[in-house]
Design a protein around this ligand. Structure first.
Ligand code: ZN
Length: 107
């Protein structure tokens, strides 16, 4: 691939990334404001149970992943666990639920 193609592809990837992030924050903001008609987010299950926000009981989340702090995990005696965790950000109140294993998508 020539240099122009590389530059163009990098630009496209950046644009897609910024659109995705803008969409996420817009959904989160709208969720925080309690507006109807926002991006609905997804429902998930863990251990066969639908996940609801432990703060507001909403069941729509934006999924993400976060690196775990190794020192913190040692302190918590969780060295056996993955070095990254799945995070579900509640689209209504913004509370983040953490899971050591990826939760399943629910319909
Ligand atoms: Zn919530």
């Amino acid at each position: 691939m020539d240099i122009l193609e590389s530059v163009r592809e990098a630009g496209d990837a950046r644009t897609r990334y910024h659109r995705a992030m803008a969409g996420f924050f817009k959904a989160l903001r709208a969720g925080l404001n309690g507006e109807p008609d926002v991006a609905e987010g997804d429902r998930f299950t863990a251990a066969g149970k639908v996940i609801t926000c432990s703060h507001c009981a909403h069941d729509r989340f934006a999924e993400g992943h976060a690196q775990l702090n190794t020192a913190g995990m040692s302190f918590l005696n969780l060295d056996w666990a993955n070095r990254s965790a799945a995070t579900l950000a509640c689209l209504r109140c913004g509370h983040i639920e953490w899971f050591l294993h990826d939760p399943d998508s629910a319909e």
